[in-house]
Design a protein around this ligand. Sequence first.
Ligand SMILES: [Zn+2]
Length: 181
Amino acid sequence: MRLSRPSPLYYILPLATLPAFAADNPAAHQHGHATLQVVMEGPTLSVLLDSPAHNLLGFEHRPVTADEHHQLNQATEWLTTTPLLTGNGIVCEVQSADVATGLNEDDHEHSEHHSASDLGHFDVEVTQQISCNDQPDDGVWTSPLTEQFEHMQQLDVEWISPQGQGASRLTSRDRSFRVTP
Ligand SMILES: [Zn+2]
């Protein structure tokens, strides 16, 4: 399984495009909770999702059963192809994406140090470069994450744009936040 092997881009992008967030925000591992960091440059977004694997998969160990393999494949596919932010009246596409789960044998950072039995909690990191054809007129951005993943109850968004920065907490009922210029 090579689905989640990070490409070289994975190591470069967060440093190049998320300088404010690269090192100083080790998100606490709390089930039900995740963070989404967003750098906005007009209609181009760089996002970094950091979430306990439990929120996305319902488990936090290497997939064993066929169901778990399927679940991991499905989640990886979705996270790779679905823009993590969209807006009303605009079309957004994922230009590039990386999903690092640490749950595959190929993820050497874990396999070198852990056997399958001593695995504790796992975080999933997703980076996406999103290109939209415009910015939403109302300044409102919406994330499909809390609808797609029922275990993700709170999504803390931190955004930064040339106009400023802000933070917002999304839930399954309130999946949008407004960026005011
Ligand atoms: Zn956990």
